[in-house]
Ligand binder design. Structure first.
Ligand SMILES: NC(=O)c1ccc[n+]([C@@H]2O[C@H](COP(=O)([O-])OP(=O)(O)OC[C@H]3O[C@@H](n4cnc5c(N)ncnc54)[C@H](OP(=O)(O)O)[C@@H]3O)[C@@H](O)[C@H]2O)c1
Length: 260
């Protein structure tokens, strides 16, 4: 490891990013491509994936494909992995980024809302991680899995009523530790990122309310919201040789929010 490139290059690797049609998923895709990985982009809004794929190929000289995917459908997950393997090669980096954050009072939260949040935020990342890990174990290749948890996988929210979200993200955080322990023997390192407040399609509505935004900024030691692009460094780090002795960790990218 004598050069910056040795530490952080992902050249020769193949990544899958879920939720690549907007927000942090777009940034995760930029991160992998910037470091030299070929990337498969997944989301339900397939029309958004082609333009991003073209942009990344042009900017970074890597191969990028879009695969329209509903991560809650097992058949779609199978197709995603098969298509990625056929067109780019066996995926050895998975960024389980897609997620939803429904709100509602805990005492009256509809069963369907709870089920949707768990299916998208917890079950789907597990089902996709299984598929990627099986391919790697069979091929005797190491790999990286990065799960997008949240500060609300660590803490409760005083701003929004987020019972299904907090439960699913806490589940994802501890699933990260369990998979890290089980798959360490195969060289598959499993970590999570816990972002704080970052404006995206999912969050900008609430952040547009001055009283919410002011509370978010005041409760963040750095005194501001994050930028979506501030997620990139963590993704490259956790996917690259630089983190070769890191597994089962939850890396907060939150301006210090979870520290006090
Ligand atoms: N922004 C923040 O402040 C923040 C903080 C903590 C954690 N996070 C986490 O970061 C991740 C990204 O969130 P974001 O803020 O970037 O929100 P976003 O802009 O709404 O993006 C969510 C992404 O998830 C995808 N998605 C949702 N359901 C899906 C499904 N069934 N199948 C496939 N893709 C699906 C969406 O794509 P389609 O609709 O096209 O399918 C979209 O690309 C989420 O896991 C979120 O919980 C965000």
């Amino acid at each position: 490891m004598n050069s910056l490139n040795d530490l952080f290059s992902l050249r020769g690797h193949v990544g899958i990013v879920t939720g690549a049609s907007s927000g942090l998923g777009v940034e995760c895709a930029h991160a992998l491509a910037l470091a030299g990985a070929d990337v498969a982009l997944a989301a339900r809004r397939g029309d958004r994936l082609g333009p991003l794929a073209a942009e990344l190929e042009q900017a970074y000289g890597v191969r990028v494909i879009g695969v329209q995917t509903d991560i809650t459908a097992d058949a779609d997950l199978d197709r995603l992995v098969v298509t990625c393997t056929a067109k780019l090669g066996l995926p050895d980096i998975l960024v389980n980024n897609a997620g939803i954050s429904p709100t509602g009072r805990a005492e009256s939260l509809p069963r369907a809302t709870w089920d949707d949040a768990l299916a998208t935020n917890l079950t789907a990342p597990m089902m996709l991680a299984q598929r990627v890990a099986r391919g790697l174990i069979e091929a005797k290749k190491p790999g990286r899995i990065i799960n997008m948890s949240s500060i609300y996988g660590i803490l409760a929210s005083s701003i929004y009523r987020l019972s299904a979200y907090t439960a699913s993200k806490a589940g994802l955080a501890n699933l990260t530790r369990q998979l890290a322990v089980e798959w360490a023997q195969y060289g598959i390192l499993v970590n999570a990122i816990a972002p704080g407040w970052i404006p995206t399609e999912a969050t900008e509505g609430g952040m547009a309310k001055p009283q919410n935004r002011e509370r978010m900024e005041r409760s963040t030691p750095l005194g501001r919201l994050g930028l979506p692009s501030e997620i990139r460094g963590a993704v490259i780090y956790l996917a690259s040789p630089a983190s070769s002795y890191v597994t089962g960790t939850i890396l907060s990218i939150d301006g210090g929010y979870a520290s006090w």
